[in-house]
Ligand binder design. Structure first.
Ligand SMILES: [Zn+2]
Length: 175
């Protein structure tokens, strides 16, 4: 028997039978529908502040979507980037170390505040020296769930390309 209308999870694309609709905060532009499994995972990230850092819904949803679509790679949330002595230099919103890729999910304050901009530029340069590409995703540019999917797909393609690239660099070094 066919169901009246099939609703898909915005994160993992599973059919939602008894799904929960998770609305974004009122300043945000769209709703994310999540299946029960994704809701449970989302709940484990629920805290909005961690050691003084604000964790947005955008960051959490983007992380979950990338983790599902890049299941063959390790995707990390709130990744501590450390120097050789183990000192934490910065915390990265989303990191995919095997692809040498850092993703920062930013709100408007990143373009309004010069001090923040200066620090971001320095951090990106520092990461680049360590071989990592930093991409910034600006929340406010994403206006619908379709656009959310587009950005996720784009980041997935970049992660695959970056992983290939870093594997080939590693094999060249061995030769
Ligand atoms: Zn799901």
């Amino acid at each position: 028997m066919e169901t009246a209308e099939s609703v898909k999870c915005s994160i993992c694309d599973a059919d939602i039978t008894e799904g929960v609709i998770l609305g974004f905060e009122k300043t945000d532009n769209y709703d994310i529908l999540m299946c029960d499994n994704c809701c449970q995972e989302y709940d484990t990230l629920k805290t909005n502040r961690l050691k003084g850092r604000y964790l947005s819904n955008y960051q959490k949803c983007l992380y979950l979507a990338l983790k599902h679509q890049l299941s063959e790679l390790d995707v990390y949330f709130e990744w501590a980037d450390k120097d050789v002595l183990g000192k934490v230099l910065k915390t990265v919103d989303i990191a995919i170390p095997s692809a040498k890729l850092y993703i920062e999910v930013n709100g408007a304050q990143h373009v309004e505040n010069c001090e923040q901009l200066r620090s971001d530029l320095w951090r990106s340069y520092y990461s680049f020296n360590a071989g990592f590409l930093t991409l910034s995703v600006f929340n406010d540019a994403i206006k619908s769930v379709e656009e959310f999917y587009q950005i996720v797909g784009f980041l997935v393609d970049i992660a695959h390309a970056m992983e290939k690239r870093s594997k080939s660099i590693a094999s060249q070094k061995r030769e």
